[in-house]
Design a protein around this ligand. Sequence first.
Ligand code: SAM
Length: 351
Amino acid sequence: MAMQDESVRAGTHIRNHMLNFINSFSLKCAVELGIPDVIHKHGGPITLEELVDALAINKAKAEHLGRLMNLLTRSGFFVAANDGYALGPPSCLLIKDHPFSLAPFVVEVTGPIFAGPWHHVSEWFHNDDPTAFQTAYGKTFWDSTSQDPEFNHNFNQAMARSSLHIMSLVKKYCREVFEGLDSLVDVGGGTGLVARAFADEFPDMKCTVLDLPHVVAGLEGTKNLVYVGGNMFEVIPPAQAAFLKSITHNWNDDDCVKILKKCKEAIPSRKNGGKVIILGMIVGSTQSKADDDDDDEELIQTQIFLDLQMMVNYDGRERKLKEWVKIFNDAGFTEYKTTQLGLMSLIQLFP
Ligand SMILES: C[S@@+](CC[C@H](N)C(=O)[O-])C[C@H]1O[C@@H](n2cnc3c(N)ncnc32)[C@H](O)[C@@H]1O
């Protein structure tokens, strides 16, 4: 008779959580090996033997690869098919030349720089550092990107590629929010892939990407896109709309109010079409225009993970609607409108 008393279940629960990092690192390994790319190129289900050949790995490790694939199939990345493996929806998003590939993001976020601060969280709870990132490395996240060109490059690339996915949803479901704007400044716009998507979609809109000097150094604009190196806490270049994607969750409430006040200075009055457009997460919001299935539980888990990731690395947070609204009011905005798009929401703020 199977022994399933409470302590057995509790021990299993602990072991599964203790070993949860194996999920992250198996995913990292699959992306680094290029398993999704190989299956995609194969054009259909692939056997273990064919996979070993195509990956050109040590043939003596075929059985070991099978064990890794077993875990990744159980966790929904691949699908068991015809004595082999096929791509599932998550692994399709990990093909490196998929237009919205999350592969660079996976490699970056599972890499040593992001994992490091998690070894210092308990120490951080005792000290005065604003973030465990600072406890681990003695500097802020943004000082690290400015001082480490490779980290700067990899982080910006990972952000940019991951942003294209949500931008496809924005174009599909919220096009009217941007239609008719004569100019837009993407505040903390990184290397400008998102702004380029706007500039291509709306050729009459003048787009400006504002980011830290080391992020935009050497980047060339286009007919309707310019790069400006600067600091959003000092000056934001004027535009009819200020756009912020994945910015506010990197900052505490006081800093968010400062950023939004600077945005307010950069845009015209509401009568003249001025607005701030934020793409960010609203914790507790699970009803989406872009996703009407029932995986709310998974979405809630992601919101909690991302909130802790913001806490550990940036002194930021993910916010519930009432926390967002307080920031909007403190920055002097009187009205807002939200539309949920999967994990994120598009929030329009009117001065
Ligand atoms: C999480 S990334 C988001 C990038 C981009 N908006 C996206 O979603 O792909 C945050 C961005 O804010 C930029 N940033 C940080 N501090 C800044 C500052 N003081 N002024 C302007 N940009 C800043 C970073 O360099 C980085 O590109």
